[in-house]
Design a protein around this ligand. Sequence first.
Ligand SMILES: [Zn+2]
Length: 129
Amino acid sequence: MKSGGCLCGAVRYELRGASTSVTYCHCAMCRRWHGHVGAYAAVDREDLALVEERGLKWHSSSSNVRRGFCAECGSCLFFDTAGDPKLAFCPGTLDEPTNLRSKAHIFVASKGDYYAMAEDGLLRLDGSP
Ligand SMILES: [Zn+2]
């Protein structure tokens, strides 16, 4: 089992099932929300258990997407797409070792103009997977 949480501890969670590998999203919305590229992995919705949620707030960023963050320290934590059996989380919030691997960059065509992407052997997609 893996555990994770925000910077201040007002949101803590446990992963009770296997996680996907990590995807990096370069879209403008994720860059704004994370401050740079967004990293995500996902678990089956029922495998993510909140063990502390006093700081957790949700921002509806699209009609079918809400983003979970800590209202006390500002950490980005969850990306929840309505109807998706998986719930995405920000892997930087996991306690280490995460034992996760990276898989792909997505929305590469809309990446920020202030950085270059080094060749890293990962899959690159111009939209969502
Ligand atoms: Zn916090």
